[in-house]
Write a protein that binds this ligand. Sequence first.
Ligand code: GUN
Length: 292
Amino acid sequence: MSTATIIDGKKFSATLRGRIAEEVTRLKNDHNLTPGLAVVLVGEDPASQVYVRSKGKQTLEAGMNSYEHKMPAETTQEELLAKVEELNNDPAVHGILVQLPVPDHIDDHAIINAIDPNKDVDGFHVINSGRLATGARGASAPMIPCTPLGSIMLLKDHLGDLSGKTAVVVGRSNIVGKPMAQLLLQESCTVTIAHSRTKDLADVVRQADIVVAAVGRPEMVKGDWIKPGATVIDVGINRIEVDGKNKLVGDVATAEAMEHAGAITPVPGGVGPMTIACLLANTLTAASRQNG
Ligand code: GUN
């Protein structure tokens, strides 16, 4: 029985963060510029608090400035829009991230689209998603959402040229599924977006040379759905309880899938660490662009 190669996102992201830190040092020395990332957290969601803390820590470790803005759960939409406007106008802030989800009484589209597109390090603004969809380059190149960006980096590092490959993305979120499909299309893959209403999902996934699982359901993609030798990118981070203990699992049944796949990202240690590394990369890009 064959066993898949593990795609080591932890190692890849450490190398990427090292390169970013070197570039930050160069910007400081040559241009007296320190990139700054502002993260806004509204409310007390425990998972969001963990992510935000981790983003702040890694931002500082890369030599950048980190600005955390914690706002209470009762914050109004107007108050949050005012905070975004303040950060848009702050020259020390090159990247702005409003941690999602925001409380239900706030319209997340309105908040995302109030962020200056050139400071939108999440790449969620309609201008950035439009730039990605139309293949804009040069000065109007998009900010690319961090999780899909990290995933495509791992795929290209492992497979090289992706041209002509069949890719199935399971999940259609604005954060991962849709931008991931755009990136794969840009690499000349034949792309299918599957989701919870897809008929015969197992058969659709079986067509794929590349499977990206981003549905947020623990171990939903089974081993025998994977075409022999396929490359599997597991974006899921799900906490489940096994024998009374908390366990982190992806959207793919990893142990089973290893018997079929050619290569697979583990959870943890696959896509997860790439997301924050790409956030730092986007912040560096934003700072460089804003300073000509
Ligand atoms: N919540 C879960 N993932 C993300 C992300 O990539 N960016 C933001 N802003 N919020 C998130």
